[in-house]
Design a protein around this ligand. Sequence first.
Ligand code: GLN
Length: 195
Amino acid sequence: MSKCIGVLALQGAFREHVAALRALGVETREVRQLRDLSGTDAMVIPGGESTTMGKLLNELGIMQPLRERIDSGMPVFGTCAGLILLCREIVDSQQPRLGELDAVVRRNAFGRQVDSFEENLPVPVLGPEPFPAVFIRAPIIMNVGSGVEVLAHVTQDGDKRAVAVRQGNILAASFHPELTEDTRFHKYFLDMCQS
Ligand code: GLN
């Protein structure tokens, strides 16, 4: 059965995700309002500005229905701001969120002086080649619950911090696979959608 992947298209880098998925031959749908959710089998939440996206999700009445779909097992892939929206706890912030990922996240965790950077990141589930991870005002995961698998980490001030995680049907990365030519993260997500 062919799947339709929804890409939350309220704000941020959604076009790049749509392009990456289409390049892999997948049907996509831009989700701008509640009714766009029906008929989608999975969902991508892109990078952008998590406070704005969270506010819009509430205003458009998408937040709770999306939360329920994730609860009932719909695969979801959040990148950067999308990861933030998925997390249960956001350090020093009460901003609206889905809160489905058992993790504590810190926004803009690499400081102003390193606004964005690229790093060849080992991600063992994707194979031996490191992944070209583009970080843009990126969050970092401070803590994860026991049901969360860490797929990649960086070392910050001597501590290992997760930057890509999976919790069952939830995949999240603090960087932007959609901005690179490397399709392995999207393929990994599509595998999650098939199983
Ligand atoms: N700093 C942004 C936020 O907190 C995330 C940055 C991004 O998505 N590139 O929402």
